[in-house]
Design a protein around this ligand. Structure first.
Ligand code: SF4
Length: 336
């Protein structure tokens, strides 16, 4: 029987934590900050002529990034000028939402978080609070707005689909083991680099290494391609610059009690499973193999980051998660 997705009650993943420390990574060109809604555009236009960018062939308006630093025109070392002068609620809607997301499921709305910011992945973070998150995932009319929806039943493997309530029960122990962080590969119960249709992992490495240009996202793709090439064929690295050195160095300085790298990786993997964004691509078994692959790549990248920038290994792990998370949402990776 098909069960329809619901937005309420709001649900939080066990162990999810987040505090905005103002590390500023989300205010940089990791993604175009947008799309801005009509209200955002109207308001920003009254503040500055240079606040909005419109990419060629795309309708959506996004926040303008400075060409020299790759950061938002409102950002400085002191943080967001809009936040400081007008208050958090006056920021553009995509800024208010980050890093939160919402997946509607038959049991309610799962609050999700992206791991693309050291504020999410490092340090003493407060337990994720439903009331605070709710304010960030509603539209202009105060309605909860899911970015993803799933119906029951759920494909546990290629040959087994199960009711959502049974899925939740089984998923709970997977997430618990991932958050625990002791043996992530055992928790995933999957091998990396599954066989691909019509291409090899070396081909995939080539495609990522071929990303061109000065953007941080392109550099992240080259790190990813290098790590893949090294893991499957011992190939040499081509990319050495750290795409997000400044915010991670800043975050490293504020950490008092470093976490084990496995806890950083496990927290990310737990959210990847919890968000259920893998459902359009097949079963959880398939998602586990995909995650085992990105985990293996992330560990290789973290090792290189430790060598090229001797810092604490928890910061390298978080920086590697940042890279594999950005790559994970590219069209190229989704195709793979
Ligand atoms: S408007 Fe403020 S919060 Fe939004 S990207 Fe710019 S600096 Fe960051």
């Amino acid at each position: 029987m098909t069960l329809q997705p619901r937005r309420e009650p709001l649900l939080v993943r066990t162990g999810a934590r987040f505090t905005c420390e103002g590390d500023g990574l989300c205010c940089s060109d990791i993604h175009a900050v947008g799309p801005l809604n009509e209200e955002d555009v109207e308001f920003l236009s009254t503040i500055s002529e240079d606040a909005i960018d419109r990419h060629e062939n795309e309708d959506a308006a996004v926040l303008m990034m400075r060409s020299d630093t790759g950061t938002c025109v409102f950002w400085s070392e002191d943080g967001c000028a809009l936040h400081a002068k007008l208050g958090a609620e006056m920021k553009p809607s995509p800024c208010i939402q980050f890093p939160y997301g919402l997946t509607a499921t038959p049991a309610g709305g799962r609050i999700t978080t992206q791991h693309r910011c050291p504020c999410r992945t490092l340090g003493t973070r407060a337990a994720l609070a439903i009331d605070a998150a709710r304010l960030c995932i509603v539209d202009g009319d105060g309605e909860l707005k899911p970015d993803h929806s799933v119906e029951g039943p759920i494909a546990w493997s290629e040959s087994e689909s199960i009711p959502f309530v049974e899925y939740e029960r089984r998923e709970g122990s997977v997430i618990e083991s991932l958050v625990d962080g002791k043996s992530l590969r055992r928790a995933l119960d999957a091998d990396p680099f599954p066989e691909l249709d019509g291409r090899t992992w070396n081909d995939v490495a080539d495609e990522f290494r071929a990303f061109d240009g000065p953007s941080r996202a392109a550099a992240a793709a080259r790190w990813f391609g290098d790590a893949l090439g090294y893991l499957v064929d011992w190939r040499e690295r081509t990319e050495h610059g750290r795409p997000w050195a400044a915010p991670f160095d800043r975050a490293g300085r504020r950490i008092v009690t470093p976490e084990q790298p496995n806890r950083v990786f496990g927290d990310w993997l737990a959210d990847e499973v919890w968000a259920l964004r893998w459902t359009p691509f097949g079963s959880l078994a398939r998602a586990r193999a995909e995650l085992a692959t990105r985990l293996t790549v992330a560990r290789r990248i973290a090792g290189w980051l430790d060598i090229s920038n001797p810092t604490r290994d928890n910061v390298s792990a978080a920086e590697a998660v940042m890279i594999v998370d950005v790559v994970g949402s590219t069209d190229l990776w989704e195709g793979v």
